[in-house]
Design a protein around this ligand. Structure first.
Ligand SMILES: *Cc1c(COP(=O)(O)O)cnc(C)c1O
Length: 412
């Protein structure tokens, strides 16, 4: 008899995006002529940059030659040409020195942020912000680190740190200990970005408590102010307390291509029951070499093209395009009396629902009257209630139309 992992039964039904899909479908069926604009799900919309496509073609041709064919990748999975680009453009350019074997290239930050908890003990305590990217929570539930969810959908065993207007949606570290804390900056869903001081406080806390920070920087390329940190390793001491995740998904339109990387500095250690210090880099290497067989060569070539001068320029233009959309959303809705947050260093605008509407009521009203799909903040956690997320990932025309329609829907 195959007993199941009953921790899976503790998960709330995959509620948010299926429920949005259900409501949008029902609305479209009732109003077949409505031109619905989707600013809900956080997926990119622009095609791949020409430099990326060129590299992809060239690599595909190479694979079709006797000399260029590649089977399994190198031992650690990552090709040197990609590591070189990452080390130079993402770190050295920001004053951060890392070693190639501290970088683990993968097929996505979703998987990395889901899998990283495997290298920690079953009794580690977990801290997350609320609202939160659901992957951090659900994977710890699956691993058995929590009890059953309460009526707010919160799990005992997880410490939730409220991201509020008062703290600028960047919660300070907890006053007490936690073993592993997940941070996401620029943030999905709130669009908030952590300052150097914010991160310094977190690093100080982690070092005091011998905790590990999992830093998800999937949206680092959207940071507009060069004085804001792009990497947590720009903060002194982070290399002994932080793992960082970056992705090509949002920065270069790779959501369908799949390429990301995780940094596990060699100075990072956890402890055994007997107090022995063990390098997390060795554990993650062991995990990846046992359960993962690298990113396709053609995809690594395509990702490396992001670091060429043309690739940099073209992907920068894509980011600028989305950020101009974000500014239109912020200014257009802010000018009409909505209270907007985020959207300055992230492709998401976090809007306080007007007239005291709940997240879902606001979602329904925007869908019903403006035919625009948003994401109810409550779907990301109890503290997301009273907010909706609007994404800047769409065409200029659709974003402009969405702003006008939402303004009209709430005009009186
Ligand atoms: C989109 C996103 C990612 C990236 O996921 P991939 O698997 O690399 O596509 C990671 N974290 C957050 C918070 C995201 O929104």
């Amino acid at each position: 008899m195959a007993r199941i992992n009953e921790n899976y039964r503790k998960l709330q039904a995959g509620y948010l995006f299926p429920e949005i899909g259900r409501r949008v479908k029902a609305f479209q069926t009732e109003h077949p002529d409505a031109q619905i604009i989707r600013l809900g799900i956080g997926d990119v919309t622009l095609p791949l940059a020409p430099a990326v496509v060129q590299a992809l073609h060239a690599a595909a041709d190479e694979m079709g030659t006797a000399e260029g064919f590649r089977g399994y990748g190198p031992e650690r999975g990552a090709e040197q040409f990609l590591l070189d680009g990452i080390l130079e453009y993402d770190f050295a350019a920001r004053g951060v020195t890392l070693e190639p074997d501290e970088i683990f290239v993968s097929d996505g930050s979703k998987q990395d942020s889901a899998n990283i908890q495997e290298i920690f003990g079953p009794n580690c305590s977990i801290a997350v912000t609320d609202p939160v990217y659901p992957v951090y929570v659900d994977t710890n539930v699956m691993a058995g680190r929590t009890g059953e969810a309460d009526t707010d959908g919160r799990y005992p065993g997880i410490l939730y740190l409220a991201a509020t207007e008062e703290n600028g949606f960047v919660p300070p570290p907890p006053t007490g200990p936690a073993d592993v804390a997940y941070l996401c900056s620029p943030n999905n869903p709130t669009g908030a970005v952590a300052s150097r001081d914010d991160l310094a406080r977190w690093v100080g806390w982690a070092r005091n408590h011998d905790a590990i920070i999992i830093y998800d920087a999937a949206y680092d390329a959207f940071i507009q102010d060069p004085s804001l940190p792009r990497s947590i390793y720009e903060i002194e001491g982070a290399e002994v307390c932080a793992i960082e995740m970056r992705s090509f998904s949002k920065r270069a339109g790779f959501t369908g291509m799949r390429c990301a990387y995780t940094v596990v500095p060699k100075a990072l250690a956890g402890t055994t029951a007997s107090g022995e210090r063990v390098a997390l880099n060795d554990l993650w290497m062991r995990r990846q070499s046992t359960k993962f067989n690298a990113v396709p060569y053609v995809v690594q070539r395509a990702a490396a093209a992001v670091f060429t001068p043309e690739g940099q320029k073209q992907t920068r233009e894509q980011i600028d395009y989305y950020m101009a959309n974000a500014a239109l959303l912020r200014d257009g809705l802010g000018g009409a009396g909505f209270t907007c947050f985020g959207g300055e260093h992230a492709p998401y605008v976090w809007i306080r629902t007007p007239e005291g509407l709940s997240s879902w009521d606001c979602f329904d009203r925007v869908l019903g009257e403006a035919h625009v799909v948003t994401t109810p903040g409550a779907g990301f956690g109890a503290c997301g209630e009273g907010y909706v997320r609007i994404s800047a990932f769409n065409s200029r025309e659709k974003v402009e139309a969405a702003v006008l329609r939402i303004r009209r829907a709430f005009a009186d």
